[in-house]
Design a protein around this ligand. Structure first.
Ligand code: FA5
Ligand code: MG
Length: 451
């Protein structure tokens, strides 16, 4: 695996990443700590749980019907990540609080959908999967990390190529060839709902969408059944009757919205007492296929979070563990034929510390830097400060108190930061030192007033 050469050249105001120079501007918000993840490629490390999960899922989408792309660079244009997919200009995903910008035209991809348009244009096969690292400014807790992995999948049918030009018949015939399963899946909503989940009426008939949605759902249900039956077999073989995968599998479809599919759905799995979203999907917006020069094709796409699935499969309790270089973690996983339940090697004591501050009132927002007055404040900016200083020593960050002063109208927030190393016991001095740096940085970066 190659190490990227990342150089911050302050003379030319540019960032050198993997041999390419990127200008820095007022949109740049990607810290070196995030860029350091670029060479990790967990999805390609042979016995890493993220990679094992990828390999098992790829089995459900076999070549040559599906081409597997696993090596596409994470730096993409704003056009690829958002415009090509029909994201409106004011979509929150585009903001600097949610997305890592290299500069105003260039981002770290926030999802594998960034590559849909170019692969539709390439038009190599009827289907594809793309597995890759994606980057988001997001909350800090045990199931969210600023870098994670997604697998995108898509399947198209060409009106000019199916027998008799009959898409409906061709799709149902393909569905019949998919592996059968006897899992009962909750799916209470109609395939198409005129307001919540509309048909692209100018492009598709409802019969076509019924067939495509059925093929999509059956393909993804098959994928989940395959994953869990492997994990269950392994748990039984290991005599691991307490493993979470031993619970009967419960799965449901819910309606969703994405700018680039309609109708759209999410698949949720019941896990440790709650429904956990593992993927989003839907019928591809025809504009994408038209813009990619393949107007006669139509079909579906999905995007699944590989860590989310891997956490279920291997009983991995904390998403930070995937990034561990500790052999006590890495040595527990071997191949896709041998999915084992993770045995926690230790749980070190946590040490939580609170930080309370006043946001600046709107009238006192003069001066440079990131303003943190009541309107501009975004929680992700607090997360980013904590992440940059604490890194993997922070387990989660929660808002614990919030109030507005009755006279001055100023807003006060209190965050609780839970410091806990996955690998060793943190001393109170270490935690204090980190926490003091966080406090100072919050003042410097966000202009808050500590209480
Ligand atoms: C998307 O990213 C869409 N591109 C998915 C898609 C593709 C829809 C193709 C339609 C067609 P979403 O933001 O919901 O959707 O993320 C997809 C999955 O990524 C989630 O279901 C979840 O499993 C995972 N995920 C999202 N955010 C995080 C995070 N911070 N950490 C770990 N996993 C995450
Ligand atoms: Mg989602």
């Amino acid at each position: 695996l190659q190490t990227p050469i990342i150089e911050h050249n302050s003379k030319t105001r540019s960032l050198e990443i993997d041999g390419k120079s990127h200008a820095i501007d007022e949109w740049t918000n990607v810290p070196p700590s995030i860029l350091s993840f670029l060479p990790r490629n967990l999805h390609l490390r042979p016995s890493h749980p993220v990679s094992i999960t990828r390999q098992v899922i790829e089995r459900s989408f076999p070549s040559p019907t599906y081409t597997h792309y696993n090596d596409i660079h994470p730096i993409v244009t704003v056009a690829q990540n958002f415009d090509s997919l029909g994201f409106p200009q004011d979509h929150p995903g585009r903001s600097r609080t949610d997305t890592y910008y290299i500069n105003k035209d260039t981002v770290l991809r926030t999802h594998t959908s960034a590559h849909e348009a170019e692969i539709f244009r390439d038009n190599k096969s009827e289907g594809y999967t793309i597995s890759a690292d994606v980057y988001r400014r997001d909350a800090i807790d045990r199931s969210h990390y600023p870098v994670f992995h997604q697998m995108e999948g898509s399947r198209m049918w060409d009106r000019r190529k199916v027998p008799g030009g009959d898409i409906v018949k061709a799709v149902w015939a393909d569905l019949e060839r998919l592996p059968k399963h006897d899992l009962e899946v909750e799916d209470p909503n109609p395939t198409i709902h005129p307001e919540r989940n509309p048909l692209q009426g100018e492009h598709h008939s409802s019969e076509e969408v019924e067939a495509i949605a059925a093929h999509l759902k059956r393909s993804l249900e098959g994928m989940v059944v395959e994953l869990f039956s492997r994990a269950k077999k392994a748990a039984v073989a290991a005599g691991n009757t307490n493993a979470d995968v031993m619970e009967p599998l419960k799965v449901r479809w819910v309606e969703a919205y994405f700018p680039f599919t309609s109708p759209s759905y999410e698949l949720e799995v019941f896990w440790q007492g709650d429904w956990l979203e593992i993927l989003g999907c839907g019928v591809t917006k025809q504009e994408l296929l038209i813009n990619a020069g393949v107007p006669d094709q139509l079909g579906w796409a999905f995007g699944v979070g590989l860590e989310r699935v891997a956490m279920l499969l291997f009983s991995i309790p904390d998403i930070r563990l995937f990034w561990s270089k500790d052999p006590r973690f890495l040595s527990q996983f071997s191949t896709m034929e041998n999915i084992n339940t993770f045995v926690p090697f230790s749980r070190h004591p946590s040490c939580y510390k609170d930080v309370s501050f006043w946001l600046r009132s709107s009238s006192s927002s003069a001066g440079g830097g990131l303003k943190a007055n009541a309107q501009d404040f975004h929680e992700n900016d607090v997360m980013e400060v904590v992440r940059d200083i604490g890194g993997d020593l922070v387990e989660d960050v929660k808002l614990t108190d919030e109030f507005t002063h009755p006279v001055s109208g100023r807003r006060s927030l209190c965050y609780r930061i839970n410091y806990r190393s996955l690998e060793r016991t943190l001393t109170n001095e270490e935690a204090n030192e980190l926490h003091n740096s966080v406090r100072e940085r919050l003042v410097k970066k966000l202009g808050v007033e500590l209480r």
